[in-house]
Design a protein around this ligand. Structure first.
Ligand code: KIV
Length: 274
């Protein structure tokens, strides 16, 4: 049976970690599925990783659909989460529903992910009311790179940390079934994880999240030009062993360690957050 959002909620209540990997093709999906990964995210990071683009902004719906279909062909049990590309949902609630439904009808995805907080509440509401699970994404949101001034850790001061908490509550209230937290201080991610009923999935946000996500090619260590602080290279010879090691370390709280996290918030500031 394919994994579903109820099983992820149950994992949160039982304190069991959720495993997610961002991958884009049939063979990777097969390896991940056979290794029992919970969620395969067909991330718009494929714009950079697979297509060599300079950021995630130019990838189109039609391109995302091709990769999502390939992942569906390779994965029989994992939940397939499709990333909504830039401007496929920001323009209107109508565009958001139509494009989300294309992932379900044409590519057999099980849910969609989109970036943003309170400003995308109506989109989350519309898509989830149409019966499509929506995963939200806060912190470092790469589609907003031009607003953020680069790929930087978010939530480092009181105002920006409180905004991320407020947005996390807003996306949950709008119907999001899960929340990806990218590159925020680990104690902020811990606070959000304890406030929310829906699971949080961290990338560069520390060990207290309900689950973790890494890009497949990053965990295999294929890109030798650049390694972000939050990335760990697992076995580089055998992809299946690398994936199994990643799953083992996430499930047992070994990865991410302090070395892969950002610990910027002091206790005085944390006490002021609500
Ligand atoms: O596009 C992607 O792969 C992502 C993850 C890194 C969270 O959004």
């Amino acid at each position: 049976m394919r994994k579903n959002i109820l099983s992820f909620l149950e994992k949160k209540t039982k304190n069991e970690k959720i495993t997610m990997v961002s991958a884009y093709d049939y063979h990777s999906a097969k390896i991940l599925d056979e290794s029992d990964v919970d969620i395969i995210l067909v991330g718009d990071s494929l714009a950079m990783v697979m297509l060599g683009m300079q950021d995630t902004l130019s990838v189109t719906m039609d391109e995302m659909l091709i990769f999502t279909k390939a992942v569906w062909r390779g994965a029989k049990k994992s939940f397939i989460l499709a990333d909504m590309p830039f401007m496929s949902y920001q323009s209107s609630d109508y565009d958001a529903i139509i494009n989300a439904s294309r992932f379900i009808k044409e590519a057999h995805a099980n849910g969609v992910k989109l970036e943003g907080g309170a400003e995308v509440s109506s989109k989350i509401k519309s898509i989830s009311q149409a019966g499509i699970p929506v995963v939200a994404h806060l912190g470092l949101t790469p589609q907003a790179v031009n607003m953020l001034g680069g790929y930087k850790v978010q939530g480092r001061n009181l105002q920006s940390a409180q905004k991320i908490i407020d947005d996390a509550k807003a996306v949950q209230d709008s119907g999001a079934c899960m929340l990806v937290l990218e590159c925020i201080p680990l104690k902020l991610a811990q606070k959000i994880t304890s406030i929310l009923e829906i699971p949080t999935i961290g990338i560069g946000s520390g060990k207290y999240c309900d689950g973790q996500v890494l890009v497949y090619y990053d965990l295999l260590g294929i890109n030798k030009d650049f390694k972000a602080k939050f990335v760990k290279h697992f076995d580089t010879i055998n992809p299946k062993m690398a994936v199994q090691e990643y799953i083992h370390e996430v499930k047992n709280g070994i990865f991410p360690s302090e070395e892969h996290s950002f610990d910027y918030l002091d206790d005085e500031l944390l006490d002021k957050l609500y």
